[in-house]
Write a new protein. Structure first.
Length: 407
DNA sequence: TCAGAGTCAATACC
DNA sequence: GGTATTGACTCTGA
C-alpha cells in the first residue's frame, strides 16, 4: 500500500524541499498507482522548513475562511479551465494536500476551528493557506491537471492492450484497500452499510448514552444483528462527527457566517437533534498575539461549548461583523497578480494590512436579522440539545447511586 | 485500554 | 464524473 498517509508522512522526511521534482503528478508514479494521493506541492518560499515546523510556527489561521477561499477558487463556480474543465477535489487533494477526495470534501465542508485541531489536523490548512498565497497556485494546479490527463491517457492506452490485468476482473469490494500488489491480495471484507432502522436505533441509543457500556454495546449489536466492532465504530464516528457539527454551530453562532450561510449547509444535514454531548471542555486559548500574519482573518473564539446549550444568546450574534470575513476575495481568482496573498509573502510574513481590508469583502452573505430556514433548524437543534440535557439530568437525578449516572 | 483525531476508500448521490 | 457520506482503520495521548 501507498497511501496519502505515506505521502504525507513522507513529507516529514522530505521537508517539501524537493521543489520542482515534486511537481510530478501522482499518476505518473512509475508504480502505476491509481489515484492515490501524491506528493503535495512544495511549499513556496519556505523550503528550509518541514511542514511540521511550519505548522508549529504558524499563527492561528481562520480555517473556515481558508476553506471558503479555496472553494471559491476551485469549486464550484470556479476557475474553469480554458477547455471548460474544472479542478476537482481529488486533484486538489492529491496534489496540494496529500489527501484523498473524501477527506478534501469533508475538510472543505466542515473545517474545524484552528484551536480544536491537532498539529496534524492543522497541516492541510497550512498547506491550503500557502497554496492560496502562492501567486502561481492556480497555474500549478492546471499543470498538474494537464500532466495527470496525459498520464491517464497513457495508462488507459496500456490497459487496453493489457485488459487482463490483475484486478481487471475484480470489482470494488474484492480486495483489501491498499494491498494492490499482485500476490498479496487479501479477501476484502464487504463494507457494512447500516440501514435506516439500524441507524435510527443507534442514534436513539446514543441519545440515551453517548458512551455505552460494553454490555450495552453487546446488546445493541445482537439486537441489530451487527458486529460489536461495528457498533463501537459507529459510536466513535458519531461522537466525533457530532462534535464537529457543533464546532460549526460555534462558528456560526459566533459570527453569523458559516458554512451553511452560503446556500444550504452540508454540515447540518439530516436530523441530528438531541445530541447533547460533545463538550470536551477544551477551551480556546485565544491567541491574539498571532493575529498578524495571514491574509485571512482570525476566528473569534468564544466559549466553545457552553454556547451550544444557550441558544438564545448565541442566536443574537448574527451580525455582519463576522470574524470569518474574507478580505481580499477577488472575483474568484486571487492568484497571479492579485493583491490577495501577495505571492512573495509567506505564511508568516503577511502584515496586518490584509486583515484590515474587510470592507472589500463583498461575497459574504449578510446574515443579519433576516432568518432563513437554517436558523430555524439551528434553533430546533439547540432546543433539542437542551431537552436532551434536561432529560439526562432528570434521569441522573432519579438514580440514587451516583455511579449509575450516565454522564 | 480507551477515546479522540485524522484519514482512507467504498459507496451513495447528483 | 464529480462530490458527499460514512464504516473502518491508524495513530496518539491520557
Amino acid at each position: 500500500g501507498h497511501s496519502a498517509e505515506e505521502s504525507v508522512n513522507g513529507l516529514a522526511g522530505d521537508p517539501l524541499a524537493s521543489h520542482s521534482s515534486s511537481l510530478k503528478p501522482p499518476s505518473e508514479d512509475p508504480s502505476g498507482g491509481e489515484s492515490q494521493p501524491g506528493t503535495p506541492l512544495p511549499l513556496p518560499g519556505h523550503s528550509g522548513l518541514s511542514i511540521q515546523e511550519m505548522v508549529a510556527m504558524s499563527p492561528e489561521l481562520d480555517t473556515y475562511a481558508i476553506t471558503k477561499k479555496v472553494k471559491e477558487l476551485i469549486f464550484p463556480f470556479p476557475l474553469t479551465l480554458p477547455n471548460g474543465e474544472l479542478f476537482s477535489q481529488r486533484l486538489f487533494g492529491e496534489t496540494i494536500l496529500g489527501l484523498t477526495q473524501g477527506s478534501v470534501s469533508d475538510l472543505l465542508a466542515r473545517p474545524k476551528p484552528w484551536h480544536k485541531l491537532s498539529l496534524k489536523g492543522r497541516e492541510p490548512f497550512v498547506r491550503m493557506q500557502l497554496w492560496l498565497q502562492d501567486p502561481h497556485s492556480v497555474e500549478k494546479l492546471m499543470d498538474m491537471k494537464r500532466l495527470e490527463k496525459k498520464a491517464y491517457m497513457k495508462r488507459r492506452l496500456s490497459s487496453l492492450s493489457d485488459s487482463h490485468s490483475v484486478d481487471g476482473g475484480l470489482v470494488g469490494t474484492d480486495y483489501v484497500q491498499g494491498s494492490q500488489s499482485p500476490g498479496q491480495q487479501h479477501l476484502k471484507k464487504p463494507r457494512v452499510v447500516l440501514g435506516p432502522e439500524e441507524k435510527e436505533a443507534l442514534k436513539k441509543a446514543y441519545q440515551q448514552k453517548p458512551y455505552p457500556s460494553p454490555k450495552t454495546i453487546e446488546e445493541l449489536a445482537s439486537q441489530l444483528n451487527l458486529k460489536t466492532s461495528t457498533v463501537i465504530n459507529w459510536f466513535h464516528n458519531y461522537r466525533s462527527r457530532i462534535r464537529r457539527e457543533l464546532f460549526i454551530e460555534e462558528i456560526q453562532a459566533a459570527g453569523g457566517v458559516g458554512p451553511g450561510s452560503e446556500g444550504g449547509s452540508p454540515s447540518l444535514r439530516g436530523s441530528k437533534s438531541g445530541e447533547g454531548d460533545s463538550c470536551d471542555g477544551t477551551e480556546s486559548e485565544g491567541t491574539m498575539e498571532t493575529r498578524q500574519g495571514l491574509g485571512i482573518g482570525l476566528e473569534d473564539h468564544r466559549g466553545a461549548c457552553k454556547d451550544h446549550d444557550m441558544e438564545a444568546e448565541s442566536e443574537a450574534g448574527g451580525s455582519n461583523n463576522s470574524p470569518a470575513q474574507i478580505d481580499c476575495t477577488t472575483s474568484g481568482l486571487a492568484g497571479p497578480g492579485s493583491s490577495c496573498g501577495q505571492g512573495g509573502l509567506g505564511l508568516f510574513s503577511l502584515t496586518e494590512a490584509s486583515s484590515s481590508s474587510h470592507a472589500s469583502s463583498t461575497n459574504i452573505p449578510a446574515s443579519g436579522p433576516a432568518r432563513n430556514p437554517r436558523d430555524n433548524n439551528l434553533r430546533k437543534k439547540k432546543a433539542a440539545n437542551l431537552n436532551n440535557i434536561i432529560h439526562r439530568l432528570e434521569k441522573a437525578a432519579s438514580k440514587e447511586d451516583p455511579s449509575e449516572w450516565e454522564f
